[in-house]
Design a protein around this ligand. Structure first.
Ligand code: ADP
Ligand code: MG
Ligand code: ZN
Length: 623
C-alpha cells in the first residue's frame, strides 16, 4: 500500500479531529450533571443555582456549591415554560440567553470531519487499486492495472518459430471469430488455455496475437496485481475482472504470470498474505467453474513456472489445455530473426541461417535484442547497413552476458547431449508402456531440457504395476546408458535424471510395497499437511537403522536392474541411436515424423513396436 506515493496528511488531520470531538464530549460529560427539568426547578426554588444559560433546546447552569455528585455544572432539557423566567428573577439567578448558532455553522461542525474521513478512505483505497475512480463506492472495481485494448495489430505473423503452438491456438481464434457457429457445429469449446514456456519465448506476444487474429478485445492483467494487502480485495478484483470480460464478449481475458496467484496452496507453512492468496485463487477457480464459455470469452494465462502451479488450476474445465512455447531451434531462430529485421536496414549478404546457427539457446527475446545490438554496432561504425559481422559482434557480446547463466551450449557438448537425448527417446519408445516420443530436442534450457513434462492433475494419474515402474526408471536412466554405451563415459548432465530415478525406486520400496525384503510397510516421510497450519514440521515415521540400510540396498538393486534393462535395449538399437544423434546435431530437434522415419529404417524391429499414445502424460522431450 502506498508503495510509491508520499504519505498523505489526511490520516493525521482526521485523527486530530476525532480527538478534538472526543475530548469535547468527554470534558462536558465528566463535569456536568444531567438533571431532569423538575429537579432543576426544585434546585432553583431552593436557591442552589448560581446562573443559567438558556439556549433553544438546553439549559446549561452552575450550582452555588457542588451537588451530591461533586459536579458544579449541570444541564437539562429546556421545556417551553412561561413561569421559568419569573422564577429565576425571584431567586435572583443570573440568566442569559444563548444566541442560536447559525444553521450553516452547526452543519459545518459535523460535515467537516465526516468529509475528511470519507476523503481519507477513498484516497487510501484508491492507492490500493491504482487509479480506481469510484472512490469509496468504487472499491472493488479493478480498472486499475487492467489493460483493455480493442484494436490489436499483432498477428500470428509476428510470432515466429512456434508453429505447433500456433496450430493448436488457431482453434481458439476460430472460436472467438464466431462463437455461436463454432458451438453449433459441435466444436469443443476451450475455456482456459495455459501458455507454458521459458522466459522470453513470446508467450505474452502470442496471447496478443490471438486477440489480433480474432479481432476481439484483449483484457490483460498481471497475476501479481491481484495480490492486495487487504484480505478480500484480490478476490473482489477477480470477480470484477470476469464481469468485465463477460460484458466485452467475445474477448480474451489474459492473466500473465499466473504463478503469482496460482501458487500451490501450502498447507503447512504460515506466511503473511497467504490467506489473501488463497482467497484470490479460490475466487479465480470459482469464476472459471461458473463460466459459460459458449458466450465467447477465452481465458488465457501464461507462466514460466508450471511446476509451482496449484494442480486445481489445471483440472478439467479450468486451464485444461496447455500449450508449450519452447525456446526455438535453429529453423525457428531464423524465422524469428526474419520478423525482427523488418525494422532495420540489412545488408543483402547476411545469411539469417548462419546467424541462427551461431545462436543456440537464444530465446525469441534474446534474438530481438540481438537484432537491436547488431544495428547499434552498425550505427557506431557509421555503416550503410547491418552486416553479418555486426551480428557476430553482437552475438559475442550477448553470449558473454548469457554465459554467466550457463545458457549457451559448447559445441563439443552438443554430441554428448544428442546421444543422451537419443538414449531417453529410444528407451521410451521401447519400454514406455504408453508413451510416444513427440519431440526430441537438444535446444538448451528449454522446458524440455529441464526434464519438463506438462503436469496433469493427480487424479488423472494411472496406476503402474511393478514392471511398468522399472520401465519408467529405465527410461530415466536411458540418457546415462547411452552416454556410457556410445561415448564410454558419463557426465554430470544426468544428475537430474538420477534424482528422479532414485525417487521412483525409493517410493517403490517405501510406499508401494514393491520390494520383497521390505514388504508391505509404508515407510515414506509423509507431509502432515492435513494438520493445522501451525504444524510446520513434517511428520516422520521412525525407521530403524537396519530397515534404513535394507531400503538403501533395495533401491540400489532396483536402479541397477533398470539400468541393465536400458543398456540391453539400447545396444540392440545402436544404428537408430547413431543416426538419430547425427540428425539431432544437425537440426537440434527431431519431430514425430523424423523419429518415426528413423525408427522405420534403423530400429531393431524384433524388440518392439511403437506404442500408441493412450492416456499418458504428454512427454515432449527429455534430457
Ligand atoms: P514471454 O512472455 O514468453 O516472456 P514475450 O512475449 O514478452 O515473452 O517476448 C518478449 C519479446 O521478445 C517480444 O515482444 C518479441 O519482440 C520477442 N519475441 C519473443 N518470442 C518471439 C517469437 N517467437 N517471435 C518473434 N518475436 C519474439
Ligand atoms: Mg511475458
Ligand atoms: Zn537426461
Amino acid at each position: 500500500m502506498g508503495k510509491t506515493k508520499p504519505r498523505s496528511p489526511f490520516p493525521f488531520l482526521v485523527g486530530f479531529f476525532l480527538i478534538l470531538i472526543f475530548l469535547n464530549f468527554w470534558v462536558v460529560r465528566e463535569n456536568t450533571d444531567i438533571l431532569s427539568y423538575s429537579d432543576f426547578l426544585a434546585r432553583v426554588q431552593q436557591g442552589e443555582v448560581k446562573d443559567v444559560r438558556i439556549s433553544k433546546e438546553t439549559i446549561l447552569g452552575a450550582l452555588k456549591t457542588p451537588g451530591p455528585s461533586g459536579k458544579k455544572s449541570f444541564t437539562t432539557v429546556r421545556i417551553e415554560d412561561p413561569q421559568l423566567v419569573p422564577l429565576l428573577q425571584k431567586q435572583q439567578v443570573t440568566f442569559t440567553a444563548e444566541p442560536e448558532m447559525p444553521f450553516w455553522f452547526k452543519t459545518m461542525l459535523w460535515a467537516i470531519p465526516i468529509f475528511l474521513i470519507l476523503r481519507f478512505w477513498s484516497v487510501y483505497f484508491r492507492r490500493g487499486l491504482g487509479e480506481g475512480r469510484g472512490g469509496l463506492l468504487g472499491l472493488t472495481r479493478s480498472k486499475a492495472k487492467l489493460y483493455i485494448e480493442k484494436d490489436i495489430t499483432t498477428t500470428f505473423d509476428d510470432v515466429a518459430g512456434v508453429d505447433e503452438a500456433k496450430e493448436e491456438l488457431s482453434e481458439v481464434v476460430k472460436f472467438l471469430e464466431n462463437p455461436e457457429q463454432f458451438s453449433r457445429l459441435g466444436g469443443r469449446i476451450p475455456k482456459g488455455v495455459l501458455l507454458v514456456g521459458p522466459p522470453g519465448t513470446g508467450k505474452t506476444l502470442m496471447a496478443r496475437a490471438i486477440a489480433g487474429e480474432a479481432k476481439v478485445p484483449f483484457l490483460s492483467i498481471n497475476g501479481s496485481e491481484f495480490i492486495e494487502m487487504f484480505v478480500g480485495l484480490g478476490a473482489a478484483r477477480v470477480r470484477d475482472l470476469f464481469q468485465q470480460a463477460r460484458d466485452l464478449a467475445p474477448c480474451i481475458l489474459f492473466i500473465d504470470e499466473i504463478d503469482a496467484v496460482g501458487k500451490l496452496r501450502s498447507g503447512a507453512i504460515v506466511t503473511g498474505g497467504n490467506e489473501e492468496k488463497e482467497q484470490t485463487l479460490g475466487q479465480l477457480l470459482a469464476e472459471m467453474d461458473g463460466f459459460d464459455s459458449s458466450r465467447g470469452v477465452i481465458i488465457l494465462a501464461a507462466t514460466n513456472r508450471p511446476e509451482i502451479l496449484d494442480p486445481a488450476l489445471l483440472r478439467a474445465g479450468r486451464f485444461d489445455r496447455q500449450v508449450l512455447i519452447d525456446n526455438p531451434d535453429q529453423r525457428g531462430r531464423a524465422q524469428i530473426l526474419k520478423v525482427h529485421i523488418k525494422n532495420i536496414k540489412l545488408d543483402p549478404n547476411v545469411s539469417l541461417e548462419n546467424v541462427a546457427g551461431l545462436t543456440p539457446g537464444f530465446s525469441g527475446a534474446d534474438l530481438a535484442n540481438l537484432v537491436n545490438e547488431a544495428a547499434l554496432f552498425a550505427t557506431r561504425r557509421n555503416g550503410e547497413s547491418v552486416t553479418e559481422s555486426d551480428f557476430v559482434q553482437a552475438i559475442e557480446r550477448i553470449v558473454a552476458g548469457l554465459e554467466k547463466h550457463s545458457r549457451i551450449m559448447h559445441p563439443d557438448e552438443k554430441r554428448r547431449i544428442a546421444f543422451h537425448e537419443m538414449g531417453h527417446a529410444t528407451a521410451s519408445l521401447i519400454l514406455g508402456p504408453s508413451e510416444k516420443v513427440h519431440k526430441i530436442s537438444i535446444v538448451p534450457r528449454g522446458m524440455g531440457s529441464l526434464g519438463y513434462t506438462i503436469r496433469r492433475p493427480t487424479e488423472d494419474r494411472y496406476l503402474l504395476d511393478e514392471d511398468q515402474m522399472i520401465r519408467k526408471i529405465s527410461v530415466l536412466l536411458g540418457g546415462r546408458a547411452a552416454e556410457k554405451l556410445f561415448l564410454n563415459s558419463t557426465s554430470t548432465g544426468a544428475a537430474d535424471d538420477l534424482v528422479k530415478a532414485t525417487d521412483l525406486a525409493r517410493s517403490m520400496v517405501t510406499r508401494f510395497g514393491m520390494s520383497e525384503p521390505i514388504g508391505l510397510a509404508a515407510l515414506e516421510d509423509r507431509e502432515l499437511t492435513f494438520l493445522s497450519p501451525e504444524m510446520v514440521s513434517r511428520g516422520r515415521i521412525p525407521i530403524s537403522e537396519e530397515t534404513s540400510k535394507n531400503i538403501d540396498h533395495e533401491v540400489k538393486t532396483i536402479l541397477e536392474k533398470s539400468f541393465r534393462l536400458a543398456v540391453k535395449e539400447l545396444s540392440a538399437n545402436r544404428a537408430f541411436i547413431e543416426k538419430g544423434a547425427q540428425k539431432l546435431m544437425e537440426q537440434e530437434t527431431l519431430d514425430e515424423k523424423d523419429i518415426l522415419e528413423l525408427w522405420e529404417k534403423y530400429a531393431n524391429k524384433k524388440v518392439t513396436s511403437i506404442a500408441a499414445t493412450a492416456q499418458s502424460e504428454k512427454v515432449t522431450a527429455y534430457r
